[in-house]
Design a protein around this ligand. Structure first.
Ligand SMILES: Nc1ncnc2c1ncn2[C@@H]1O[C@H](COP(=O)(O)OP(=O)(O)OP(=O)(O)O)[C@@H](O)[C@H]1O
Ligand SMILES: [Mg+2]
Length: 256
């Protein structure tokens, strides 16, 4: 897949309104090819809306976003060829097997029929699903279903993969398995990965850089270490989140 020398994802004053709600408010940021980029922020901050604009699901109200140099509003077809998208809600069909879901996606992404089988098998293998590929998806655990959706979204070898809360609701083992496989995929495909999460440990462990979104704006942008350094000393990413969103969680046993 051709990748332009500029940022793979770029936003300039990107804004989205829903009636009177300003969901995304003049967001500007650049994400480099191959970067692992996290979006954190409280419920309703605008993370999903931002991702939906990057993935051409909804148009911006104003401002601009590009993927590999292509404007999401002007050349959505060029954008869609270069992205994979795993939405916040589970989307695989439970009444089909994992393999059948993958074949459907391969058709959707216009993978030539001669290449379909090998692409599907390779993606299932990469996400650790080969052994369960012939089971109905309704019998999968949450983590397995999530890994299947990630596998589906990578069949056309996108230059950037957007994942909206890929590990929400998974137990620690399931979360770890998702990330081990996403890292392997990142290594092999070299794709940038843009994901949102409410788990600060995950944001810290996985991403090269992250943006903290609050009230539709970028409240902080940098590496996890850079963000922590802003508060000095022993600050954790939880502290940074609390400080910038005013959502400090009361310590167990009260106090403060
Ligand atoms: N289709 C819509 N119509 C009206 N308002 C919307 C719509 N989608 C989102 N919003 C509003 O936009 C704001 C941002 O929502 P968004 O889903 O982007 O937040 P989020 O950061 O993804 O939250 P969460 O962490 O809960 O997933 C919220 O106030 C939400 O109610
Ligand atoms: Mg969301």
């Amino acid at each position: 897949m051709d990748v332009s020398p500029g940022p793979i994802v770029s936003a300039k004053d990107l804004t989205r309104r829903f009636g009177t709600v300003l969901a995304v408010d003049h967001v500007s940021l650049n994400i480099a090819a191959g970067e692992l980029f996290g979006l954190i922020g409280p419920n309703g901050a605008g993370k999903s809306t931002l991702m939906k604009m990057f993935t051409t699901m909804i148009p911006p109200t104003s401002g601009r976003a590009t993927i590999a140099g292509f404007d999401v509003a002007v050349q959505p077809q060029e954008v869609r060829k270069r992205i994979g998208y795993v939405p916040q809600l589970l989307s695989a069909d439970g009444e089909l097997t994992g393999y059948e879901n993958m074949l459907l996606s391969a058709r959707l992404y216009l993978i030539p029929s001669a290449a379909r089988e090998s692409r599907v098998q390779a993606a299932l293998e990469m996400m650790g699903l080969t052994d369960v590929k012939n089971r109905l998806v309704q019998t999968y655990s949450g983590g397995m279903a999530r890994r299947l959706e990630i596998a589906q979204s990578t069949l056309h070898r996108p230059a950037v993969l957007f994942m909206d809360e890929p590990t929400v609701g998974l137990d620690p083992g399931g979360r770890r398995a998702v990330w081990e496989h996403v890292r392997a995929l990142h290594r092999e495909m070299g794709a940038a990965v843009v994901f949102s999460t409410h788990y600060m440990d995950e944001a810290e462990a996985v991403c090269d850089r992250l943006a903290l979104i609050a009230h539709g704006k970028v409240a902080a942008l940098g590496t996890p270490d850079e963000l922590k350094a802003r508060l000095g000393g022993q600050a954790s990413l939880d502290d940074v989140f609390a400080e910038l969103t005013n959502e400090r969680i009361a310590p167990v046993g009260g106090g403060q």
